[in-house]
Design a protein around this ligand. Structure first.
Ligand SMILES: [Ca+2]
Length: 226
């Protein structure tokens, strides 16, 4: 909404009152126009709200070894999770998942289980951000008793050639909890078709023959660039 001076606004309201019904005026009041009488200039419009760009709730995962998991919900498409590396580790479904960090109306259902040994693999999250800024990455996580003690997150703006650590080292416990990384200060990840993230499993237990992490409701939100 363009800025209006108080004078112009009041003159406009007078004209409206003179030729329209009370019902129309009440509608304008409902839109907030009546609230600006005390202000010299109307407030600027609010920023666009953030929306879910990619969302994995994992509730439709098939049984067996998983090599690539597409996002369950995506405004852009092309989002998937893989777990490349060496050794016996792999991904499969886990039940139950968690409703932490879930979108409204989404049940806990299933989660994703990257299995040990995990220190020879990396969880790759391909997540285009074309048309979005002020990103946020979040997910619910727990580990099994023998799972890796930590997760470390990185982003890449060049398709995985180089990685930048972000958010520090997360200690992961045996109780589900939500990890959130605010990417709004990092303009490099905005509006980028080739954006990807990776999660490394580190610390005690990451090299184990058994043990795993359980991940659910992994979400990337962003604000549409206007
Ligand atoms: Ca789930």
């Amino acid at each position: 909404m363009p800025a209006l001076t108080q004078h112009n606004h009041e003159a406009r309201m007078t004209r409206i009152w003179s030729r329209t019904s009370r019902a129309v005026a009440m509608t304008l009041a409902g839109l907030g126009l009546a609230a600006c009488v005390e202000d010299a200039v109307l407030a600027p419009p609010p920023p666009n709200p953030a929306e879910v760009v990619h969302y994995w709730h994992f509730n439709a995962l098939p049984a067996g070894t998983l090599t690539a998991v597409a996002a369950d919900v995506s405004t852009l498409g092309g989002a998937e999770i893989t777990y490349p590396g060496t050794g016996a580790g792999y991904m499969d479904q886990v039940s139950p998942g968690s409703d932490l960090n879930a979108e409204v109306g989404t049940v806990a259902g299933l989660g994703l289980r990257p299995r040990n040994p995990a220190n020879t693999r990396e969880l790759i999250i391909v997540a285009p951000s074309t048309g979005y800024e002020d990103l946020e990455l979040s997910w619910a996580v727990q580990r099994s008793s023998a799972g890796a003690a930590q997760e470390e997150v990185f982003y890449s703006v060049n398709g995985g050639t180089t990685w930048v650590a972000v958010g520090g080292v997360f200690a992961v416990s045996e109780t589900w909890e939500v990890m959130t990384i605010d990417l709004a200060p990092i303009a490099a990840v905005d509006n980028l078709a080739g954006l990807r993230f990776r999660i490394l499993f580190t610390g005690a237990g990451a090299d184990g023959a058994s043990g795993n992490h359980r991940i659910d409701n992994l979400k990337i939100t962003g604000v549409p660039i206007s």
